[in-house]
Design a protein around this ligand. Structure first.
Ligand SMILES: *[C@@H]1O[C@H](CO)[C@@H](O)[C@H](O)[C@H]1NC(C)=O
Ligand SMILES: *[C@@H]1O[C@H](CO)[C@@H](O)[C@H](O)[C@H]1NC(C)=O
Ligand SMILES: CC(=O)N[C@H]1CO[C@H](CO)[C@@H](O)[C@@H]1O
Length: 342
């Protein structure tokens, strides 16, 4: 049984638009999601001691989410991750996107899906958000209708993405929640155990754009097929952190792809997805300047993201999986986060 309630979270300073908050509650988890950017603002799961802890980074008030922040908890789109130089060609026409990350377009541009107020609809065990992304928004072609649905069943949070366009456009949507299974506000994630079920990954250049190579993880620091303790692993390979796409085999039904465990509390998070890739990011750019929930300070490596997605820059690399949505087609993806105790 999941209980769903809603309340007002705040209103936008510019136009007074109301942002609502939805609370999803089961025996094993509590999730809070707001209509701005479909942002997960809180996610509480039980530890071995039976106590709930909030394991996602975020802010207490709307203001925190309106100010500049690294997409904490948000749905990012139209195209998550980077598109080189913000340029791509579709059906012979070149498009130029809003540039917002060095020379590249990141996470949908300057006003991406994370900055939009979506139209909510309460469901028996969750909430569905809808918005229309106008033709030409941030440079993207076609009017895109988008639905993002969150449902909670016991310890399983499912996120379903659907979209339809009236012109061919790249689409790939993800959620950018930062997790810390020791509880948000804990200093780092070094004592987390991580495994990712991927045989290959995408090497990147110095602007974080994939070089085009699909490389084997064998004998590299990217081999996470057996669980590693993150802190020791980063040290062993002299790594400043991960911000890489791991390649998965795509499937119609969500497939297991990653597991993270925090041994002291026994909290476990498993990720299942229909997407062909998962970006593992270890919060490398967090630098302690954000003021988070309950006065938390978010230091480097104090949270991790496991963003299921199409491969980065896919629109610009012909041998990567197809990233285009055409008229009459439906974009449809599901990602499932399973929370349990070891
Ligand atoms: C797509 O929809 C928008 C909004 O209704 C409209 O302005 C545009 O002309 C449509 N484009 C096509 C190719 O149908
Ligand atoms: C990808 O984008 C870069 C930068 O604009 C360009 O130089 C390159 O040719 C593109 N690659 C493909 C396969 O289109
Ligand atoms: C590889 C992959 O899943 N790419 C998808 C990105 O989105 C487009 C639009 O729906 C799909 O066609 C691709 O399959």
């Amino acid at each position: 049984m999941t209980e769903v309630t809603s309340e007002v979270f705040g209103d936008l300073p510019l136009n007074g638009e109301i942002v609502e908050k939805f609370l999803l509650k089961s025996d094993l988890a509590k999730v809070e999601i707001i209509s701005l950017g479909c942002i997960i603002t809180a996610l509480e799961t039980k530890g071995r001691d039976g106590k709930f802890s909030d394991i996602v980074l975020g802010f207490d008030r709307l203001e925190g989410y309106i100010n500049k922040h690294p997409y904490l908890g948000a749905v990012v789109g139209r195209v998550a991750n980077r598109i080189a130089k913000g340029k791509f060609t579709v059906e012979g026409k070149e498009y130029s996107l809003a540039i917002n990350n060095g020379p590249n377009s990141l996470h949908g541009g300057i006003k991406g899906f994370d900055k939009a107020v979506w139209i909510p609809e309460m469901l028996p065990n969750g909430v569905r958000f809808f918005r229309i992304s106008p033709d030409g928004e941030e440079g993207y072609p076609g009017e895109l209708k988008v639905w993002v649905t969150y449902t909670l069943n016991g310890g399983e949070l499912t996120i379903n993405y659907r979209a339809q366009s009236n012109k061919t456009t790249p689409v790939n949507l993800t959620n950018h929640a930062y997790f810390n299974l020791a509880g948000q506000g804990s200093h780092n994630i070094y004592d987390h155990e991580v495994s990712i079920e991927a045989d290959s990954y995408l090497p990147v250049d110095d602007t974080m754009i994939p070089t085009g190579e699909v490389a084997s993880v064998q004998d590299t620091c990217f081999d996470l097929r057996k669980p590693v303790e993150l802190g020791g692993h980063l040290q062993k390979f002299q790594l400043g952190g991960f911000d890489h796409n791991f390649c998965l085999t795509q499937s119609k039904e969500p497939q297991f792809c990653a597991r993270v465990c925090y041994p002291p509390s026994g909290r476990v998070m498993e990720v299942y997805t229909t997407q062909p890739g998962i970006q593992f990011y270890t919060g490398n750019s967090l630098d302690g300047t954000l003021k988070g929930k309950g006065g938390s300070v978010y230091l480097k490596h104090s949270g991790f993201c496991l963003e299921t997605q199409n491969w980065p820059d896919a629109v610009n690399q012909s041998h990567f999986p197809d990233a285009l949505l055409r008229l009459g087609e439906e974009y449809k993806h599901t990602t499932l986060f399973k929370f349990s105790v070891a």
